[in-house]
Design a binder for this molecule. Sequence first.
Ligand code: BG6
Length: 518
Amino acid sequence: MTELDVAQADGSGYHNPLRDPQDRRLPRIAGPCSLVIFGVTGDLAKRKLMPAIYDLANRGLLPPSFALVGFARRDWAEQDFAQVVYEAVKEHARTPFRDEVWKQLAEGFRFVPGEFDDDTAFDRLRQTVDELDQSRGTSGNHAFYLSVPPKFFPVVVHQLKEHGLAESEPGAWRRVVVEKPFGHDLASGLELSKIVHAVFPPDSIFRIDHYLGKETVQNILALRFANEMYEPIWNRGYVDSVQITMAEDIGIGGRAGYYDGIGAARDVLQNHLLQLLALTAMEEPVSFSARDLRLEKLKALSAVRLPADLAAGTARGQYAAGWQGGEFVHGFLEEEGIPPDSRTETYAAVRLEIDTRRWAGVPFYLRTGKRLGRRVTEIAVIFHRAPHLPFGKTATEELGQNALVMRIQPDEGVTVRFGSKVPGPGMEVRDVTMDFGYGKSFTESSPEAYERLLLDVLLGDPPLFPGHEELVLSWQIVDPITGFWASGGAPEPYVAGTWGPASADVMLARDGRSWRRP
Ligand code: BG6
């Protein structure tokens, strides 16, 4: 890009040396580089990573020299790998398939077969990466994506170091991307961190929480900090409670090996839900740099208080057989690969408080589960009732509490719920909603979370990646809950297709509240 291009994109008409380095109007195109994926045969690679790479290429956000390297325990030739990527792209890519994009991209595919502890395989990887620098001009810039179970992190990271793959030449970069779960609890999370930090400098480590890549999650920042309407009422003076829901209609599918022994709290509460809580509760960051953003999230997370009585302030469940979407589905214990006496929870709920001036006394109810009524993720900020209602007794019988609902997915948008007069001769007030929907307001369709995050990795742009300290705090919140559950009996069963165990309803009823039916 020439200086003139910069000036035009800048909109100022001249080159401005003080231009905001975060100015997003400049096209964010990755420079020459490769992405090496470990665990390339896994579900995540096929469903999310490969399609996202194609979509980025299709949007013109990858350089022509981009290379994708797969590493796996498969006896594949290069064309077998290309075929796997092709099928993944055909099935899961968001943008239309274009031959010319595919051809250009596929020229940069390489495959390295091998075990993680096989030195010769890592020698071959080293040669492949060097060859790419020569033949495609990837310029020594390589990102290593660990889409593998955490038990393999140490060996892969060690091999990267031993084979000189972790260290960059001056002017080039090496980065490592780690997928959750980043540990099983605080101790194992710290251990993994230590291993990765021993090899890569902190600004080269990208921990993925794909929720942060979602447009609607980033929109929490826009809604809160670009507007004047909401912030003045975003506190205990006006907010009665907050409900954060991540409900899924799917079961565990073929993921028994991963999910059993992990459960809902470690799988999503420790990361996605606590990140949503942090973004909702935090103070305004000085800027959206990684440092400033993490600082505010950290303050919010460190002010989180667990219920004094974990029996009353948490709930867990396990789905039992039932009907969902007109189809009979198995219970968790009948899923293939799950031991019949498994105590793994597929539903988790907790009542948290945040000990700050802004939030003192406002409960944050978090819940997540598999095989629930429907797939929906939302953050509902529920306001106090009006202190006085100057209406006749029956006029407000159908009036609920005002609410602002950030609809994260699938029907992306924001809903405001408030009372309105019912047309007619009398005065009757009933809840109505005002809706913003992405589909209606924007012509651009939202990129997938992984598109955004992979691009950020290749650009070395870290704000949407949680830092090490957030990880520590998140485990500190979750560990006492899972520890408490481990000392109890089996989780309470709930019928697939319903909204979770009765104990979760009791948890809110105790506070005189009830869960929203999204
Ligand atoms: C993952 C969890 O992080 O998020 C899965 O491991 C879950 O269990 C998935 O299904 C949900 O992601 P999304 O983007 O479909 O809400």
